[in-house]
Design a protein around this ligand. Structure first.
Ligand code: KG4
Ligand code: ZN
Length: 329
């Protein structure tokens, strides 16, 4: 089955083609057009500007993803319909519907989180069920137990900021660029992670997360001592985020006795998190599925793959499908 995936949930316009069978998935194309240059001067995403840019980019991006193929070659279209910025989601959904309606192409709406969760299957790996899935992105930090395709149980989630949101807000506090994650990741390599002992919100009674206290701690520390070395603050902040994510994953492994873990979402591109999670997995003899960074951040191949599984199970969406800013998995 040749599936076209479309994702416009946030500030990346993306389209991808995947060739999928029950046994194998191959990415034919995976095009992502970012908008960093538009939003960076505001220190965060401006939703109205994001939607306008999606309108400009959706056709060029889809057309590049299609390459030599024609619409008639496509077996189905999968589009992300939430959660995300409503104006951005509307562009992808309206475009997908307009493509499918005249040719009666099967069409399916996909939850963005299901895409991230399945990205572990995109680089030739075949994670064995059940496994634990930690999704760490700009909008979400959640831990799932995955018993099969479409069988997800939430074990924990952030009670306030997502991990990526904390990176972006702390980056802004430090006068660094947007998105903050890659910038802090880079600067941390020149800093001492032990320079400042930032708090770690382990919330020992649950598998939930919390990052807003850490963000406040960084702000108060910077106000108290503006002479601190920026790389030291970055590295110490990052050490706190990474420690919490790794430790809570360890707890989930102990609690569920599931010894397979996948890591995805934009923050999964972080070098320290990848290193520490890999070391923990090695030490505990746990299998870690860690997609390459370009499959951890937003992309439409993950949406196409989730679409394939839902279509193969007989699901279809109607053309009355509406995007949803809030959409639990
Ligand atoms: O998954 P994603 O591309 O979009 C959402 O669904 O939110 O994640 C974007 C988030 C941003 O907050 C960005 O700062 C963060 O991922 N991010 C990183 C890194 N690369 C992207 N955070 C830490 N280290 C990185 N290398
Ligand atoms: Zn995402």
């Amino acid at each position: 089955m040749l599936v076209l995936g479309i994702d416009t949930s946030c500030d990346d316009t993306s389209a991808a083609l995947i060739e999928a069978t029950e046994r194998k998935t191959a990415i034919v194309s995976n095009i992502v057009s970012g908008q960093t240059e538009i939003h960076t001067k505001y220190g965060g995403i401006v939703p109205e500007l994001a939607s306008r840019r999606h309108v400009e980019m959706i056709w060029p991006v889809v057309s590049e993803a299609l390459g030599q193929r024609k619409l008639d070659d496509i077996d189905a279209v999968a589009v992300c319909y939430g959660p995300g910025l409503i104006g951005s989601l509307l562009v992808g959904c309206a475009f997908a519907k307009a493509m499918c309606y005249p040719r009666d192409i099967p069409f399916i709406g996909i939850n963005h989180l299901e895409g991230h969760l399945l990205s572990a299957f995109l680089d030739g790996q075949e994670p064995e069920f059940p496994f634990l899935s930690l999704i760490v992105s700009g909008g979400h930090t959640c831990l799932y137990r995955v018993d099969g395709y479409m069988q997800y149980k939430e074990l924990g989630r952030t009670r306030d900021d997502a991990a990526g949101e904390a990176y972006d807000k702390v980056s802004k506090l430090m006068g660094l660029g947007y998105p903050g994650g890659p910038e802090i990741d880079r600067l941390s390599k020149e800093g001492d992670p032990k320079a400042i002992d930032f708090p770690r919100a382990y919330l020992p009674e649950t598998l939930d997360f919390s990052f807003s206290g850490l963000k406040t701690a960084v702000r108060l520390t910077l106000e108290k001592d503006p002479s601190l070395r920026v790389p030291d603050v970055a590295a110490s902040f990052q050490a706190s985020v990474v420690d919490v994510l790794v430790r809570k994953t360890e707890w989930a492994i102990k609690k569920t006795r599931i010894r397979r873990v996948s890591l995805s979402g934009g923050v999964a591109a972080n070098s320290a998190l990848r290193e520490k999670m890999s070391a923990m997995a090695k030490e505990r003899d746990v299998t870690l599925y860690l997609p390459p960074a370009y499959l951890c951040t937003d992309n439409a191949a993950m949406i196409a793959l989730a679409g394939y599984h839902r279509l193969a199970a007989g699901e279809r969406s109607g053309l009355d499908l509406n995007p949803k800013a809030y959409l639990p998995l």
